[in-house]
Write a protein that binds this ligand. Structure first.
Ligand code: ATP
Ligand code: MG
Length: 145
């Protein structure tokens, strides 16, 4: 699912000369809707692409623990001020920033991500530092749990 999402966005990644570092553990299997989970990955990657300057690196990583695994999509982009972070999963919420409004999104991407993750009984955590980058972590139960 992750590789497919990166594939879908390969043209956009190339156009911005972004480097994607993939560390995917093939042993991680989750129970869920492949189409919706791919949508989650696409939305997060689209954000990483949109809010990161050309030539930077986007890291896609999975790590498996005993009962659950975590997907991390991290960028070296513009970041999000702390007061906005709690709100960015709200529908139509966009940070009022010249660089983010120039390339118009609708502010729905993360709301959709949150809904899909909730439907899979997973958790979503966003960590960000303005001017340094953003990391989104999604934790989902392992298939055998
Ligand atoms: P779209 O509906 O096309 O996804 P969007 O990207 O504006 O539009 P969201 O994906 O929901 O909407 O993101 C909400 C807001 O959170 C964005 O407008 C942006 O301000 C901020 N944001 C989200 N991801 C990042 C990121 N990786 N780096 C910096 N800001 C981000
Ligand atoms: Mg988006």
């Amino acid at each position: 699912v992750l590789r497919q999402a990166v594939d879908v966005l390969s043209l956009k990644l190339e156009q911005k000369k972004l480097i994607v570092t993939l560390h995917i553990d093939e042993d991680w299997i989750v129970r869920g809707d492949a189409f919706l989970l791919e949508q989650v990955c696409i939305n997060l990657l689209e954000n990483a692409i949109r809010y990161t300057e050309c030539g930077r690196t986007i890291t896609v990583e999975t790590s498996i623990a005993k009962t659950a695994g975590t997907l991390t999509i991290a960028d070296e982009g513009i970041g999000i001020a702390p007061e906005h972070v709690p709100h960015i999963t709200e529908r139509f919420y966009r940070v009022n920033n010249a660089r983010s409004t120039a390339d118009g999104g609708t502010g729905l991407g993360l709301a959709i991500v949150k809904q899909i993750v909730d439907a899979h009984e997973g958790t979503l955590h966003i960590a960000s530092k303005q001017g340094e980058g953003t990391s989104v972590h999604i934790t989902l139960q392992n298939y055998d749990e």
